[in-house]
Structures are given as structure tokens and as C-alpha cells.
Design a protein around this ligand. Structure first.
Ligand SMILES: [Zn+2]
Length: 105
């Protein structure tokens, strides 16, 4: 199974449910309040972004996925839009914006 469940945990302890795509080693951008919601849109294309990054708080979250042996990393997210706005892979450093070109390639 190349996709697996994941969680997005905010600093105040609120937990949301997300989907991790192990094929490309990236999380889907959206997260949801219930596992049923994530199941309903499983493997659907997900290109959502924060609709107003200048005005929506970008909060620190811990991402955890059940994929492989389990993995977690710090990133950021918009709780208003329910979308991850920071790195969606542990292999992307937190300081670097997602999808910037690799320096050494
Ligand atoms: Zn937003």
C-alpha cells in the first residue's frame, strides 16, 4: 500500500487526519477533522493551498505518518483552510519552501 494515514498535530493539541503518498514521499496538502473525511477523498488529486497566507495564521504542527516504519517531522499549516503550508516531506528542510529546485542537481 503506497498511501497511508497520517496526523497533523497543532501545538494546542488539536489533531487532524491527513493522507501520505509513499510513492512520491509527500503528504497530500489537505487535512480533515475525521478519518472518514480523509477516506472519502483517498487518492484524489489535492492541489489546495492556503487562500490567504498573509492573513491566516501559519502555525507550527507536527506531521506523523504511519507509512513504512512511521515518520514524523515539523512543518506548518493553516488551520483556517485545513491545508499544510510548510514542507510535506521530511526530506525537505523546514527552512526551505517546498518544491524549490535542488541546489545540487
Ligand atoms: Zn489559509
Amino acid at each position: 500500500m503506497s498511501h497511508d494515514y497520517a496526523t497533523v498535530t497543532f501545538e494546542d493539541g488539536q489533531v487532524f487526519h491527513a493522507e501520505y503518498d509513499g510513492t512520491v514521499s509527500l503528504s497530500q496538502a489537505s487535512f480533515f477533522e475525521s478519518r472518514e473525511e480523509i477516506t472519502a477523498q483517498w487518492r484524489q488529486p489535492d492541489t489546495r493551498k492556503c487562500s490567504d497566507p498573509a492573513n491566516h495564521p501559519q502555525e507550527l504542527v507536527e506531521y506523523w505518518t504511519n507509512y513504512g516504519n512511521g515518520d514524523s517531522w515539523d512543518t506548518q499549516a493553516c488551520r483556517t483552510c485545513k491545508v499544510i503550508t510548510g514542507p510535506r516531506s521530511e526530506s525537505i528542510p523546514y527552512e526551505r519552501a517546498p518544491f524549490m529546485s535542488e541546489e545540487n542537481s
